[in-house]
Design a protein around this ligand. Structure first.
Ligand SMILES: C[S@@+](CC[C@H](N)C(=O)[O-])C[C@H]1O[C@@H](n2cnc3c(N)ncnc32)[C@H](O)[C@@H]1O
Length: 400
């Protein structure tokens, strides 16, 4: 997987693929809540795919992997092309942040308390008027000083300042690169590199603090690693999936799944696969950092997680709206006159609302079959606390 992700169906992808293949889809398969695209990837020999997700950084990963002609450049070519602009912006930022970078070195060489103090005192857009002013100027700048978002928002927390500087410099180089056919690949690798080194438990709702000796050792070790080196490796990890002709017919959308199925704009569709969120955790809260990095749009920032306020929210993660959201999903897909395959665990939010998926689906589909599997869900320490939760994973195959 390119980026570790809550609720991934990687462990289930073969079951989903087999269930969809049995339907012999007479057209493309829509992966409506595609996340990291593990189901879309599994379909490379079964059908062309349309992916959709509300988070735009996931779409960059999907475009890089599921669309586009065979790449003509190697990762070494890309690195050679980007390096001069990367070095130039890195040097500029190292001058701007010379004092802070020195303090960071001292904190990393010091005790656990030194590092805690450094993190607690660090200035960022979420706690400093001066940084907010700098961010506003950077947002409006068309020059190289535009490239400071990671440093201004996420340094001395999710990343070391040195890593944030590297991330900003790499983004400056990617944005200046004229090979637009490689852009999604480069941005996907840039996000993937960040996810390898991010000081957070898989998701990015909050960063980790050196609250124990082992956490301190881990942060010191991670913070001294190079984002640029990781980016170089990630260019190879973000490889294209399937054949060029499979990728030619695939499409990638970003938006609310319910809007996509109600708009009536999808063409050549054979089956819809839906893997909606099943807890009250809004993904936009857990993955806001990648979203802000990808969009590079200098939003507001607040709280311990330095989170943007204009986050996407979905009714699938609200107890008061989950039932209506399932009705919307089933109603709109049944109007498309194609089968709907839904992944949903037994302990999902819908069950908390006292309803089951088949109870809703049968109101719109003539035949609803259930297949159940035992699975360990990775919660990554989200709202349930435990990092692994055993659950029954269900596939509901709904036929018109
Ligand atoms: C359970 S995860 C899907 C995981 C995916 N199948 C995989 O294997 O990586 C749910 C996904 O739905 C997205 N999402 C949540 N609500 C959405 C909505 N209303 N429309 C589109 N995407 C949504 C989240 O961003 C998340 O990526």
């Amino acid at each position: 997987m390119v980026v570790r992700y809550m609720g991934t169906k990687r462990h289930m992808a073969d079951h989903v693929r087999d269930a969809i293949a049995e339907l012999e889809p007479a057209g493309r398969v829509v992966d409506l809540f595609s996340g990291m695209g593990s189901v879309a990837e599994s379909l490379q020999e079964t059908a062309s795919v349309v992916t959709n997700d509300a988070m735009s950084f996931t779409a960059a990963l999907s475009r890089a992997r599921f669309t586009g002609s065979d790449r003509e450049t190697t990762s070494a070519d890309v690195i050679k092309r980007l390096k001069p602009a990367y070095e130039a912006r890195r040097r500029e930022l190292e001058l701007v942040y010379a004092t802070e970078l020195n303090s960071e070195v001292t904190a990393l060489e010091g005790s656990r308390t030194d590092l805690l103090n450094y993190m607690d005192k660090a200035q960022h857009v979420g706690n400093s008027t001066a940084q907010r002013r700098t961010a506003k100027a950077a947002a409006e700048s068309s020059g190289s000083d535009h490239y400071a978002l990671a440093s201004l928002y996420f340094s001395a927390g999710y990343l070391s300042l040195r890593q944030a500087v590297q991330l900003d410099a790499a983004r400056a180089a990617i944005d200046a690169d004229s090979h637009l056919e490689d852009r999604d690949w480069m941005l996907a690798a840039w996000i993937a590199a960040t996810s390898v080194l991010v000081n957070a438990p898989g998701h990015t709702a909050q960063f980790l603090r050196p609250n124990s000796d082992s956490a301190h050792t881990r942060i010191v070790r991670t913070w001294t690693r190079s984002i640029w080196d990781e980016f170089t490796l990630a260019l190879d990890t973000v490889s294209q999936v399937g054949t060029e002709s499979w990728r030619r017919d695939n499409s990638v959308y970003v938006g609310d799944a319910l809007d996509l199925v109600s708009a009536g704009e999808l063409r050549d569709i054979g089956t819809v696969y839906a893997d909606p969120p099943y807890t009250k955790d809004q993904y936009s809260r857990y993955y806001h950092m990648y979203e802000t990095l990808y969009r590079y749009d200098f939003p507001d920032s607040s709280g311990a997680g330095r989170n943007r306020s204009d986050r996407f929210t979905t009714g699938f993660s609200l107890k008061s709206a989950v039932v209506a959201s399932f009705h919307d999903l089933c109603r709109n897909v049944s109007r498309m006159r194609v089968p709907l395959v839904i992944s949903y665990p037994s302990s999902g939010l819908l069950d908390d609302a006292g309803v089951t998926v088949p109870e809703i689906a049968r109101q719109y589909f003539g035949n609803v079959q259930t297949r159940s599997y035992n699975a360990n869900h990775s919660t990554m320490g989200a709202s349930t606390g435990a990092s692994k939760k055993s659950a029954t994973e269900n596939l509901y195959v709904c036929l018109v």
